[in-house]
Design a protein around this ligand. Sequence first.
Ligand SMILES: [Cu+2]
Length: 171
Amino acid sequence: MSIRRTNAMAATLFAVALGCAAGCSGSDAVEAAAADASRPASACAGDPRAQTYAAGMEQPGLAGNARVRLVVADPAPPAKGLNAWTLQVVDAGGAPIVGAVVTVKPFMPDHGHGSSLVPSATPTDAAGRSSVTGLELFMAGVWEVSVLVALPADAGVSATDTAKLTFCVDG
Ligand SMILES: [Cu+2]
């Protein structure tokens, strides 16, 4: 971004901050309107399916066998493009399930497609955490990210579960 553009934006922000009460010129007002028009509208803001990202947020598995914790997302909140997540599989009481293996599948329910890039999930420590890379949310809109969990055999039964994290991704 050029210095000139930065200055123009700063001037616009200053004018907006003042509410155009003190010496707001006509050109500033036009510039402010142009800035608003150039900002892309959100593809899905307010969509009731979308969750609000927070580090450490948890989603229960559909089968009730495990919960998936999104320890941290990078970028945060999840954004269009490549994302990297740290996931942790925990039990109903929040205790890590050591040895749980996760598989991550992104899907756009409104368009009926996933991502051609298959995310990789690698267990990183003894606390049930996995590092997920290659999570490519390549277009704006609602993305449903399914986390398939395979629980270790010593969890009682050989069980699986699926938790879905859903976000509105803006362009
Ligand atoms: Cu799509």
